[in-house]
Design a protein around this ligand. Structure first.
Ligand SMILES: [Zn+2]
Length: 309
């Protein structure tokens, strides 16, 4: 009898602990567990993605978010009469048109010619406080891991221009929204710029930025980036900027890639060319380059899945 009471007590304690963890994801205990493991658990694996792709009728389509860099009427490189944010948008529409032909994909864009994706814009505007609290939580979890020596801070060799607070919140908001909406892949589209050397533009070529390898989405994003690199290098030279040497650059600080481990999706930022390159200045050459950039990006994404199925 006494043994039975002890056993039942143990069982009750065990069940209470189990259900606390299972049904109260915000409980103190669970927060502790998450903060201790979040940076070491792998996010979406390539195998997960390929098995999802192999039966989208059962698993749902692969969700790809295209993010033409910057905002509908703010931000981005400018050169002569060219606006990077508009080039990004043109490219995004072309990639969307090609990828939409694959019925295993659901293609979502963060903005189009009419402005922000209304669902995304509403989400960010209605959840500003939640987004700010979330950023702070992620940031302090990361600080704790850094202080405990579990995560190394890796400073980018190059200084990125810092997004204004409003733009930064929107970028984090995209990451949070993408996580809640189970976006598998986020592709951020950009054209590059850099301070001119003695008044003259200097570097040329493309670069792909990926999340630093300690982040949950680091490993898988890099594999996708390699496939993108193989296709884009057929139409454009690799960046001649020394800090972009090799063409695939890991970064721990860019929000779009999931700074503080805020992105669950495979994430890449592609800088297709420096905006002042000669191939961007002539209308015909530019249209041709954007067309080729769109098809090489879409080909790489299709191949990423088809070659592994
Ligand atoms: Zn940009």
């Amino acid at each position: 009898m006494k043994n039975k009471i002890i056993l039942s007590t143990i069982l009750i304690i065990f069940l209470a602990f189990y259900f606390t963890l299972k049904y109260y994801p915000n409980s103190y205990v669970n927060k502790m567990i998450n903060s201790a493991t979040a940076f070491f658990s792998m996010g979406i694996s390539i195998n997960d993605l390929i098995s999802k792709y192999s039966d989208t009728e059962k698993n749902g389509k692969i969700k790809i978010l295209l993010v033409p860099g910057h905002e509908p009427s703010f931000g981005g490189a400018e050169y002569k009469n060219l606006l990077e944010r508009d080039l990004n948008l043109t490219l995004s529409e072309k990639i969307k048109n090609i990828l939409s032909k694959n019925n295993k994909f659901e293609i979502i864009t963060s903005r189009n010619i009419n402005g922000w994706n209304p669902e995304l814009e509403k989400y960010v505007n209605n959840n500003k406080n939640e987004i700010l609290v979330w950023i702070n939580n992620m940031k302090s979890s990361m600080s704790k891991l850094v202080n405990n020596g579990k995560v190394n801070v890796v400073n980018a060799e190059m200084g990125h221009s810092i997004a204004p607070l409003k733009s930064a919140i929107f970028l984090y908001g995209i990451n949070k929204w993408a996580g809640e909406n189970k976006i598998d892949i986020a592709i951020h589209l950009h054209f590059n710029d850099n301070p001119k050397y003695k008044g003259k533009p200097n570097y040329e070529g493309f670069t792909i930025y990926v999340p630093e390898k300690q982040y949950s989405n680091g490993t898988s994003s890099k594999i996708l980036a390699k496939d993108l690199f193989d296709e884009i290098s057929k139409i454009q030279k690799v960046s001649t900027m020394p800090e972009e040497n090799g063409g695939i650059i890991e970064d721990q600080e860019l929000i779009a890639l999931g700074r503080y481990n805020t992105s669950d999706s495979l994430s890449v930022i592609i800088e297709y060319a420096y905006i002042y390159e000669s191939l961007m200045q002539n209308v015909k050459l530019r249209n041709d380059f954007i067309e080729k950039s769109a098809s090489s990006t879409a080909n790489a994404i299709n191949k990423f899945f088809e070659s592994r199925i």
